[in-house]
Design a protein around this ligand. Sequence first.
Ligand code: ASP
Ligand code: MG
Length: 408
Amino acid sequence: MALIVQKFGGTSVGSVERIANVAERVARARAAGDDLVVVVSAMSGETNRLLALGRDVAAEQAPHPRELDALVATGEQVASALLAIALEARGVPALSLLAHQIRLRTDAAHTKARIRTIDDRPLREVLAAGRVAVVAGFQGVDEEGNITTLGRGGSDTTAVALAAALGADVCEIYTDVDGVYTTDPRICPSAQKVPKISYEEMLELASLGAKVLQIRSVEMAMKHGVVVHVRTSFTDAEGTVVTKEDESLEAIVVAGVALDRDVAKVTIRGVSDEPGLAATLFEALADAHVVVDMIIQNVSEDDRTDLTFTVSRGDVETARPIAERALGEKKRGEVVVDTRPAKVSIVGLGMRTHAGVAAKMFRLLAAAGINIEAISTSEIKVSCLIAEARGEDAVRALHEGFGLGAPR
Ligand code: ASP
Ligand code: MG
């Protein structure tokens, strides 16, 4: 008998029929003798609907974050109660549980709270009584008892956190894709479902915009060694297992290709090359909560240098004046902003031990006539900044060139 945490995303509980489908699936797992904790998201579209309502009544003001959390957390309350009702109606004893009932404590950072502690006893009692625990995802309570939420996609993190707290055998995440693919199948029809991937690769892919799991849930799974199985509730097909690296994964040089279109490039040209420039600039960006991705500084000439960094497009207008201030009082140099690049990346554990992977990537892009504007690397990733218009071509060239279109 196993202890399984199952999480169903908004699409899986998006209608009466789909809730019935989930209830059938849970009932089958229960009949097989497993103990089940089921985490649900709000019905699809519900969180957005609630957020829009909040904005509408706030008129021109930004809604108060505490009240926004009280508002959006209702989406998961509804879904958990509906699933518990559907289970009971099928003769499966079930109990819906909200964050305060399982004492899921977070910090007080409304709309992006972090989980601090979970009391596993209430859940264990429900399981010991032979019931399925149906937990509202996404929500928590702070020290004062205020309702908090974990950020968009946060039900994934609820599920992984519960799996860690309970020492579950596996955390199954049922989502609207049936697994993790070698690249976006809409761009590249030959994309293959990956049977297994490491936490490290998944984190890189997630941060590159492959939004299958909330990044924080992957970080938490890695920290606690929770095995995550990403799959669909619409078929019984196996999905992708996200787990710690092993020899079979290390042998794979490139596991996936990702495209991130949410990139803007800021270049400070011909600025005075003096100590403190980068420190002052990036401190100011950090103070303004601008997350910087790539940073490239050129060799300087005549004590002037070029410095380029990338940010997400929504942060450009915050970053531009900060970059202009870095030119100093004499306004030496200029700031150039490009909001049309894209970042294409290859990710794979095997890069750590194989030479020539980056060179092969550059050759493949060159053969497709794609110019590289900037490059950055980590141990298991190479990213190139290119023109957005060539982004999909680049993905196809790399996917094909690294032989990812064939089942592994
Ligand atoms: N309902 C929340 C959202 O839409 C949380 C989740 O689905 O994981 O972001
Ligand atoms: Mg999700």
